[in-house]
Design a binder for this molecule. Structure first.
Ligand SMILES: [Zn+2]
Length: 331
């Protein structure tokens, strides 16, 4: 029912009924609805700012609970990472030292994955904490992969350990009772002719010509060289023992093996002599590890007492080399 409106008529001194046009009526209704709606919005906005609906309260509390759980997870990942780090430390400093092998390196293993892998996390309105969990978990997985590879390698080495023990040079290259002079030491020494210090890469064992020379470990003949020159190493043999080790036997009178021949420790490979740059018969014996010369005397330890060893080292230090190698080519 339309609402009636009255207007005072001063002439009749009474109220006349005024009828409003329907357009204006509709307009008024709409205006009221609009104002009501705006008021309700403002009230809702203010209200929701200070008070949450039960649903929102739920969401907010479960979100903060989730973030807390992620923080705890992060701490756990970090603790596990530290444990793996300590295993890695033991791997590199104990196990790998035992087998004399280098630290295993896998390129880019410590590099973080590119950001594109974590692109999906950018859409989530989340704390950095979730992204960090993923990143540290990935880092830990990479580290675990490295360690598992490393242990695979060590397992292989253990299987070869028997072979390795037989291959590493460990005995005298000749009968040490045949020695006629003190051992010519490894290291810097004054050259008898050139009168300057030159590094001696091997040790010199003075023995009579024809003294049998033994391979000091299992291996394969890497090189045999016959030389008539009065300089250098003369007739020489190099044996490859694998595991990074090679030995060299020089100034030989004769060579009894061929290149490529498999050799057992203690097998006679040649006879001592005075070929090459030397004034007297002796064996120049060298041990090389991964291409570098090492002091061969340290590889005799296994078949002599500590006392014997110390005595030999001392006498080697005191020796002069006037009699032996006169040529600079031999080092
Ligand atoms: Zn020498």
């Amino acid at each position: 029912m339309a609402k009636k409106e009255y207007k005072f008529n001063p002439q009749t001194l009474s109220y006349d009924v005024v009828s409003t046009p329907s357009k204006i009526r509709i307009y008024r209704i709409l205006r009221r609805v609009l104002i009501g709606f705006m008021l309700a919005s403002v009230v809702n906005f203010i209200f929701s700012h200070f008070f949450h609906t039960p649903k929102m309260t739920n969401i907010i509390s479960s979100r903060s609970e989730l973030l807390l759980k992620y923080k705890i997870l992060n701490d756990k990942i970090e603790a596990s990472r530290l444990k793996i780090e300590s295993i890695k430390h033991r791997d590199n400093n104990v196990y790998r030292q035992l087998f004399v092998v280098d630290t295993l390196a896998i390129p880019q293993i410590y590099e973080e994955y590119s950001n594109s892998k974590y692109e999906s996390f950018k859409d989530i309105d989340s704390d950095e904490v979730i992204l960090n969990s993923w990143k540290s978990l990935d880092a830990m997985t990479r580290l675990l992969y490295l360690e598992s590879k490393s242990f695979d390698q060590l397992q292989e080495l253990t299987q070869n350990k028997g072979l390795m023990a037989m291959s590493i040079p460990a005995i005298w290259p000749l009968d040490k009772s045949k020695l006629t002079n003190a051992i010519g030491a490894y290291g810097m020494r004054m050259h008898p002719i050139y009168k300057r210090k030159i590094h001696h890469n091997g040790i010199d064992l003075t023995v009579p010509r024809g003294t049998p020379i033994y391979a000091t470990g299992d291996g394969e003949v890497d090189l045999t060289r016959h030389s008539r020159s009065r300089r250098g190493y003369g007739n020489e043999i190099i044996i490859d023992h694998g595991f990074g080790y090679k030995t060299q036997y020089a100034h030989l009178d004769s060579i009894l093996v061929k290149r490529g021949q498999k050799i057992k420790r203690g097998e006679i490979i040649g006879k001592a002599g005075r070929t090459g740059g030397t004034t007297g018969p002796h064996l120049h014996y060298e041990v090389r590890y991964r291409g570098d010369h090492v002091d061969a005397i340290n590889y005799f330890r296994r078949d002599m007492t500590e006392e014997e060893f110390e005595k030999i080292v001392e006498s080697a230090k005191a020796t002069t080399y006037e009699l032996l190698e006169e040529n600079q080519n031999e080092r």
